[in-house]
Design a protein around this ligand. Structure first.
Ligand SMILES: [Cu+2]
Length: 180
């Protein structure tokens, strides 16, 4: 049972590490549905489940014959005013890197689409930490990393036998937090 808890703790620690390390997440607006008026995609709900950070990429995937992407002000977003967009995109596969925190408002400029709900508010609450080149661990890296902390944690136990238990415990605690 204790080993199960330890494995679970290691999994949580590994996941926390992965989440901390990974930056520049690519968010596809609407997920599999994409950027559309079909199927009543709730983009407000979609955005609410995400934690956007500076450096993340917002991807709009859509049929360029029927839609576009306009970055607009808050007032234009609210009133579905597409007359003077701040930026416009129309390739059908637009990727926009979020460079500042705060709200980033987007809507489809095709008449009636914004009114039908094709609008999204990307709210970046926190500025991310400086990106590291070694980011974006692959799933294989995650699997490979999982057994490593257990050997790290086993080492201090041997140490405890001969040396101060407190020191051993400190090292065990530190190695746990370092690995997380
Ligand atoms: Cu549209």
């Amino acid at each position: 049972m204790a080993s199960v808890i330890r494995v679970l703790a290691l999994l949580v620690a590994t996941m926390a590490m992965v989440l901390q390390v990974s930056n520049a997440t690519v968010y596809k607006v609407g997920d599999s549905a994409g950027w559309t008026t079909m199927g009543n995609v709730n983009y407000k709900e979609w955005a609410a489940t995400k934690t956007f950070r500076v450096g993340d990429v917002i991807k709009f995937a859509y049929n360029a014959q029927f839609h576009n992407v306009l970055r607009v002000t808050h007032a234009m977003y609210r009133s579905c005013n597409a007359s003077v967009p701040l930026e416009s995109f129309s390739t059908g596969n637009d990727t926009i890197t979020i460079k500042t925190k705060g709200h980033h408002f987007f809507l489809c400029g095709v008449p009636g689409h914004c009114q039908a709900g094709q609008k999204v508010d990307i709210n970046v609450r926190n500025v991310s930490t400086a990106p590291t080149p070694s980011a974006l661990p692959s799933p294989t890296a995650i699997t490979a990393k999982t057994p490593a902390p257990s050997s790290n944690m086993a080492a201090p136990h041997k140490f405890v036998k001969g040396q101060s238990a407190l020191l051993g415990l400190t090292i065990a605690t530190l190695s746990f937090f370092v690995s997380s």
